[in-house]
Design a protein around this ligand. Structure first.
Ligand code: NAD
Length: 371
């Protein structure tokens, strides 16, 4: 039996609502609408096969969406859902759960669900069929396939462009390490390669491949698409998975799991810049350590906003070209603003990024009805 832990952190920002749902027997869900000051909350639906699903964790993820959406200047608040299933589901079972979920959130009109770990565009098509309110749809229903197009990876590369404009780095010849070669990591690698960077090492959950003169990223992607783990790529040397995180390089893109960098692993890092493709890939202590070491770690809420920017364009019926234009404009401007805020201060990048988000939230709040 799954169990939802019913406690969560609260502060002035939120959560605005926490809703517990029993979808069908043995399947519980929690929806956290963290903050809706800027508009209806966009946030993914995570489906997990864990014994327990702490509302605390869903609330943390919802808060990250509040800050990311605000920092990206989107007319959306932040939210997140977690669905805890106790057994592996076949496609009929998943559909049944998603239909029950959609009906259960029908009246939660301030929440726009999207895909996340354990859900995909097919899940969103089911939600759309029931209530017509979601993002991350299949193209035939007006969706922009953001993972296939690599919206988030593109945004990571735009962030690097802005750092180059600010003379923080030079992309031609820059050495890059990518942790996690999924939707985010593979597209970040391709886009950085297009800009002249040399991708020297890439990992997935099973291992890593290393080529000091550079990997052929397009070939590596083909190799991965054929179902093989990156460690076996003939164009590189197999190395232990986490060794690549301590390679001397210009850029590391963590694009796998949360909390990859702790204070201890941060101290062994020899990159100049970290572009956070994953959500919360570094602990607060690790981020402080990076700052002390002179490593610029651009926070997730700035660097990986490409996906949610794309989702918000989809929600308004926009096309993929508009989505990519907005990613370019917003992430470039935000990275420049982040550097400006940090200049002449001792602000950590995350503090500066949070300030940016909070300033937008405050400006948005000024337009809310008070009477
Ligand atoms: P994905 O499932 O497509 O890819 C994840 C990759 O990481 C896989 O290659 C997997 O093998 C690898 N991996 C997992 N654990 C690893 C480990 N310990 N070491 C090395 N590699 C490991 O996922 P994704 O959509 O690319 O998302 C990656 C991260 O980025 C997640 O944290 C996600 O929440 C975050 N994110 C994704 C998007 C998006 O648009 N997809 C947007 C913002 C943030």
């Amino acid at each position: 039996m799954t169990q939802l832990t019913m406690s969560w952190p609260q502060d002035d920002l939120g959560p605005a609502r926490v809703v517990f749902l029993r979808l069908i027997e043995g399947v519980d869900a929690v929806v956290v609408l963290d903050n809706v000051v800027l508009g209806p909350a966009i946030g993914g639906v995570r489906m997990t096969r864990r014994a327990d699903l702490p509302a605390t964790e869903v609330a943390r993820l919802a808060r990250a969406m509040t800050l990311k959406n605000a920092a990206a200047g989107l007319p959306h608040g932040g939210g997140k859902s977690g669905i805890a299933v106790h057994t592996d589901l076949d496609s009929d079972g998943r559909e049944r759960v998603m239909r029950a979920f959609a009906l259960a959130i029908k009246d939660l009109v301030d929440y726009i669900p999207g895909p996340d770990m354990g859900t995909d565009e097919t899940s969103m098509a089911v939600v759309h069929d029931e209530i017509g309110r979601c993002v991350g749809l299949p193209a035939v229903l007006g969706g922009i396939p953001l993972d296939e197009l690599g919206a988030t990876g593109y945004g990571v590369a735009v962030c690097a462009d802005a750092l180059e404009d600010a003379k923080v780095l030079t992309l031609a010849g820059a050495t890059v390490v990518v942790q996690g070669f999924g939707a985010v990591g593979s597209h970040a690698a391709l886009r950085l390669r297009e800009r002249g960077a040399i991708v020297v090492a890439v990992s997935d959950i099973e291992g890593a491949t290393y080529a000091p003169d550079g990997l052929d990223v397009a070939e590596l992607l083909e190799f991965k698409r054929s179902g093989q783990p990156v460690g076996g790529f003939p164009g590189g040397v197999r190395v232990p998975r986490d060794d690549i995180l301590t390679l001397a390089c210009d850029i590391i893109v963590p694009a796998a799991q949360p909390d990859v960098f702790t204070a201890a692993t941060a101290r062994r890092t020899r990159a100049k810049v970290i572009l956070q493709g994953a959500n919360i890939p570094a602990s607060p202590e690790a981020e402080a350590e990076f700052h002390r070491m002179g490593i610029l770690s651009v926070p997730d809420i700035i660097a990986n906003a490409g996906g949610v920017i794309c989702a918000s364009v989809e929600y308004r019926g926009g096309a993929r070209t508009q989505a990519f234009q907005q990613i370019e404009e917003k992430i470039r401007a935000n990275t420049a603003e982040l550097l400006d805020r940090m200049k002449g201060s001792d602000l950590l990048p995350r503090e500066a990024a949070t300030q940016m988000a909070m300033a937008r939230l405050r400006r948005g709040a000024a337009y809310r009805r008070r009477l």
